[in-house]
Design a protein around this ligand. Structure first.
Ligand code: CMC
Length: 396
């Protein structure tokens, strides 16, 4: 291997080394950036497993907190472990009045994801001390984050309406308590169960953008509140968690079933992305969309139909002939908004709810990253100017 020329342009490959330069993959598509034992996706069969368990089975049989425990510690908890874990989470649901007061100074028209990111980061002010090699510290941070994130989402919802946040109810399970804090009414048990299943299927999805962001942040050995805050910021974008809000807006813009085909044809001709469709990993319908569709139907059977659902099914049917040949099918965001809408949840809370669920996955990756940490520091292919002379201001 020749010695590189120090006078060459920064980033220029040494003579004779070009053929060894790694290929650039925009978006790191197909590039393994970590090893992980948490979640596996079979994008051709449309199959998703958490720690080896089928996510569909977990959605039907487990609870969100049990699934979070499984994701983070790798095994299903015993009855005693689960009872303790649920109890600890329940005991830590309240947030400091200082955080509530801080949230009261947020602009009411601000997006709840921004409020959540700021609030999650603020937890580091209260519980910072990093003891990343202490299992009790890890357990405590997991409990706190799982417990307080829903409280903060619900608190901002009430605060922006001009009300004081209400305290969590210790007698209610995780999902029911969140819906209670949001609506100030104890939810119907079926609605709470369906909401819990939604949290389960959003809890983890391997190295998506926000989880990658969480792992990069974790790799610096910062505190877990910064890890979750950075992931919340990443989830907020419309290409990631934010798409679920846009799906309902799209359905409303389409308006009626006879408009579906012309609307889609125009959008595709203009190279617009159809929200709630497509996935880097899945080339078939996202298994989570299949589950969410079933959950939506259960809700409609019980609480009344939503005509937007018929429109959504028509969009799926028409899009199959236009986008299906490219492996573009409904993703998790396509039907989730319809479920949340039926539960009476405001549209801009859909992504914060995604964040509540995904906190479990982020924490699992935080813990896994700490177990075999090496700071992320990828390389780049420099495409800028070659070294050049400084031009004084008056000569420019
Ligand atoms: N509508 C129309 N065309 C699409 C779509 C779509 N939703 N998604 C991908 N394509 C086309 C794209 O135009 C491109 O076509 P061509 O090769 O002719 O240029 C090709 O498929 C590859 O697209 P890409 O954007 O390079 O694919 P990606 O793997 O980088 O992106 C994605 C994945 C999810 C960002 C993308 O499918 C998308 O933007 N979907 C819409 C937004 C959305 O629903 N996001 C939620 C994702 S699932 C939940 C989550 O992970 O947060």
């Amino acid at each position: 291997m020749p010695v590189s020329d120090p006078a060459a342009a920064p980033g220029a490959p040494a003579e004779g080394a070009a053929s060894h330069a790694p290929a650039f993959r925009p978006g790191l598509e197909g590039v393994p950036a970590t090893q992980s034992a948490i979640c596996d996706i079979d994008g051709r069969q449309g199959h998703l497993t958490y720690r080896g368990y089928d996510a569909a089975i977990l959605a039907a049989q487990s609870t969100f907190l049990e699934t979070a425990y499984l994701l983070i510690w790798g095994e299903l908890p015993t009855a005693l472990q689960l009872r303790d874990f649920e109890h600890e989470v329940q005991m830590h649901r309240r947030v400091s009045f200082r955080i509530r007061d801080m949230m009261k100074s947020f602009p009411a028209q601000g997006h709840p994801m921004d409020a959540l990111q700021a609030s999650a980061a603020s937890l580091g002010l209260f519980y910072s001390r990093r003891a990343l090699d202490n299992p009790e510290y890890i357990y405590g941070a997991v409990v706190r984050l799982l417990a307080k994130i829903p409280t903060m989402v619900a608190a901002f919802q009430l605060i922006r309406k001009g009300q004081d946040p209400i305290q969590p109810r210790d007698d209610l399970p995780y999902a029911a308590n969140f819906l209670y804090m949001l609506t100030e009414r104890e939810p119907d048990p079926l609605a709470a169960r369906i909401f819990d299943a939604c949290l389960i299927i959003h809890a983890e999805h391997s190295l998506n953008a926000s989880t990658f962001s969480a792992r990069v942040t974790a790799s610096t050995l910062t505190d877990p509140y910064a890890v979750v805050a950075s992931a919340v910021g990443t989830l907020a974008g419309p290409l990631h968690g934010g798409a679920n809000e846009d799906v309902l807006a799209m359905l409303e813009a389409i308006g009626s079933e006879d408009q579906v085909a012309p609307w889609l044809d125009r959008a595709i001709a203009e190279r617009q992305k159809i929200m709630g469709f497509g996935h880097r990993e899945y080339k078939v319908k996202d298994p989570r969309a299949v589950i969410l569709q079933r959950l939506a139907e259960q809700l409609f059977d019980r609480f009344g139909h939503d005509p937007l659902y018929d429109l959504a099914r028509k969009v799926e049917e028409v899009a199959a002939s236009r986008l299906g040949p490219k492996g573009i099918y409904p993703n998790v965001d396509f039907y989730s908004g319809l479920v949340y809408r039926k539960l009476g949840i405001p549209r801009d809370l859909f992504t914060p709810i995604f964040a509540i669920a995904r906190t479990a996955g982020w924490l699992a990756h935080w813990k896994e990253q700490l177990g075999a940490n090496r700071i992320f520091r990828p390389s780049q292919i420099y495409t800028g100017a070659v070294p050049r002379e400084w031009t004084p201001l008056e000569a420019r």
